[in-house]
Design a protein around this ligand. Sequence first.
Ligand SMILES: Nc1ncnc2c1ncn2[C@@H]1O[C@H](COP(=O)(O)OP(=O)(O)OP(=O)(O)O)[C@@H](O)[C@H]1O
Length: 337
Amino acid sequence: MENPVIELSGLTKFYGSLKAVDDLSLEISKGEIFGLLGPNGAGKSTTILMMLGLTEPSAGQAHICGFNATRNPIAVKRKVGYMPDSVGFYGNMSALENLVYIGRLNGIPEAEVRERSQEMLEDVGLGAAMHKKTSAFSRGMKQRLGLADVLIRQPEIIILDEPTLGIDPSGVKDFLALIRQLSRQQGLTVLLSSHHLHQVQQVCDRVGIFVGGKLLAEGNIDTLARNLFASEPFVVTITVNNPLSPELEAALLQLEAVKKVTVQNSSVELSCTEHITPDLVRFFVQKGLDITGVQQRAYGLDEIYQRYFENNLNLDTPDEKSSGFFQRSFFRKRKKQ
Ligand SMILES: Nc1ncnc2c1ncn2[C@@H]1O[C@H](COP(=O)(O)OP(=O)(O)OP(=O)(O)O)[C@@H](O)[C@H]1O
């Protein structure tokens, strides 16, 4: 990989007999937005703590900008800005006062600290609210201020642990767009931990699917989809007015590229080894069927997840900490289907 700024090799962490992180190797390059994606208890936070040098790995190493996180945590701290899932500020102080205070604590010269804080608040979209007390801030505004707090230290890497927790959908969209914009403008490397797959899909260049301490897969969405759905990468759904007879279904399966046919009411889903949508449409028309819709599917994270979980989910994994998209009951239900 070109210019990796995060290098994890064989990273492992035991809590007693529980292997929270299991032999994790991963490289993230400069300027990349990487999504560490997994259910509660997957080991995301433990991985982040090891990367920050806040907990020692049982085995393996984390190098951040070339520094070993365990042996040189101070150097790592200078390079990395970490935003936890919940950020606290002095409620009786304004956003600007809070940020100036943080800037001073981080050694920003007095002559610069106020101007830099103001600029940073503009950057994160809090320009109009900089004189407002933070006790009156919404959760989304606090997250933006949290981002300003991280950025004012001028890190090379930012690590965001569940950054959109508790923000409403439009706030989430704006916040993720802001992260992307800042990363692109400033060449910032971003590691974003989340269990909200749709959000991660929106903003990340690459994702790692992390379950039970193990990295099950990593890559961009297209690569993951191609690897997982290699045998039947093209799915076409054709909607017809007339019911499909068993004979026609059998005839479709005779076509060389068609591997699977699923009929549900008026829609016919065809999983194919090649892109043969025009041939399929011709076939339907020739058989006298009235087509009312044709849809080609691109695989998203939903399908990718589902596949990995169908194959890999260890239902005996301890820890049922909190609810969320990934709640295990959801997957149990899906597995039974
Ligand atoms: N200090 C600790 N002592 C013992 N076990 C721990 C400790 N911290 C985490 N664990 C366990 O390690 C596993 C991984 O936890 P971790 O918090 O890293 O997961 P996570 O993916 O960040 O989950 P979440 O999304 O819920 O924050 C879990 O089974 C958890 O219970």
